[in-house]
Design a binder for this molecule. Structure first.
Ligand code: PMP
Length: 357
């Protein structure tokens, strides 16, 4: 039987399946695989969700007018510098679509957010991967690699899954080395968790760099992963072009209302982010005291490069009801969750260590 013909590149695409929920024999479940907020939504946000639910017989505001205006105010940019997307991943896809000419190349670090090369394949552009050095982007090597065919450079800051940060000076020097006809996108999905004094959002660099865009999301510190809202800030020209690639009405009215409410409740949500950062410090300290190597993280997860032992340790955690993200032969990314979830992970890690001794 002949099958419908689809592009051969699909054969090589991984099915993106985040770790399945795991439950230990005792019924424990600690979801530390997806970098979500561990906290339940604030009541003010639930009220906004409920309010918007009454209008779902109508299409949402195509332009996300209110949310766009609030975001522009928050970041001190004009409204025509903000593009919305159904998750920041939708905006990454829009960027790929915008640059996907035949022969075009996209440059990014490796390892970084695993969906970049998948979206490159889908868009039909070649992705060029520049290895991390000491768990960080190798910016000099990336600048050298950027050539005539490079149409987009993606920087993930802080980097998923290593948690490492590019500081303000490094970032500026890098962007200034990239030709102006090549886009540079800085993915700041985790920027609300950054506390390093030398850090600065790439938003501060936008004014005189028309080839730069910055991506943010409501999925992490704003706690709205289930509603799919991201945004991009860039020049009015790029934003106008990218908006054309947005799937019409993909940002639901419920999502728009929840995101607006989340901005209204920013202080409370960012106090929660502070709590998470305190957990990050605690978890890392305990792990290091027990002999683990843990690179400094500026995100809501920590990275353990375990090489060949990664899969076995991931399974060990799963047996104890702790779902972490395993990258076979490389390492594990462990999200920071509630103190109880984090304690469950630390207990699993300590037991693994004792077994090894
Ligand atoms: N960028 C990075 C670096 C991420 O880690 C993620 C989520 N894991 C995303 C983008 C996508 O986030 P969302 O689509 O939920 O906004």
């Amino acid at each position: 039987m002949r099958r419908p013909r689809i592009r051969p590149v699909f054969d090589g695409l991984p099915a993106y399946l985040p770790s399945r929920p795991v439950r230990s024999a005792t019924g424990e479940f600690h979801p530390l695989a997806a970098n979500e907020s561990p906290r339940e939504p604030l009541s003010g946000i639930l009220a906004a969700v409920n309010g918007a639910a009454g209008t779902v017989n109508r299409y949402p505001d195509f332009h996300g007018t209110e949310l766009t205006a609030r975001l522009a105010r928050l970041h001190g940019v004009a409204e025509d510098q903000v593009a919305l997307g159904a998750g920041s991943i939708a905006l990454v896809q829009m960027l790929f679509q915008a640059v996907a000419e035949p022969q075009a190349e996209v440059l990014h670090a490796w390892r970084t957010f695993e969906l970049y090369p998948v979206l490159a394949d889908l868009a039909g552009v070649r992705s060029v991967r520049v290895p991390l050095v000491a768990e960080r982007h190798d910016l000099p090597a990336m600048a050298r690699q950027a050539g005539d065919r490079t149409r987009l450079v993606l920087l993930c800051n802080p980097n998923n899954p290593t948690g490492t940060l590019l500081d303000a000076d490094e970032l500026r020097a890098f962007v200034d080395r990239i030709p102006e006809d090549c886009l540079v996108a800085v993915d700041e999905a985790y920027f609300e968790y950054v506390r390093h004094p030398a850090a600065r959002s790439a938003i501060a660099l936008l004014a005189d760099r028309p080839n730069l865009v910055v991506l943010r999301t409501f999925s992490k510190a704003y706690g709205l992963a289930g509603l799919r809202i991201g945004y991009l800030i860039g020049s009015p020209y790029l934003v106008a072009q990218l908006r054309k690639a947005c799937l019409p009405y993909s940002l639901s009215s419920v999502a728009q209302a929840a995101a607006s409410a989340a901005l209204h409740h920013r202080e409370e949500l960012f106090a929660r982010a502070d709590d998470l950062v305190a957990e990050r410090t605690r978890v890392r300290r305990v792990l290091i005291a027990d002999g683990w190597e843990v690179p400094p993280s500026e995100a809501n997860f920590v990275w353990l490069r375990l090489g060949a032992a990664s899969t076995a340790f991931g399974a060990w955690c799963a047996d104890r009801g702790v779902a972490v993200r395993t990258f076979p032969e490389e390492g594990l990314r462990v999200s920071l969750g509630s103190p109880e979830d984090n304690d469950a992970f630390l207990a699993a890690a300590a037991a693994w260590r004792r077994k090894a001794r």
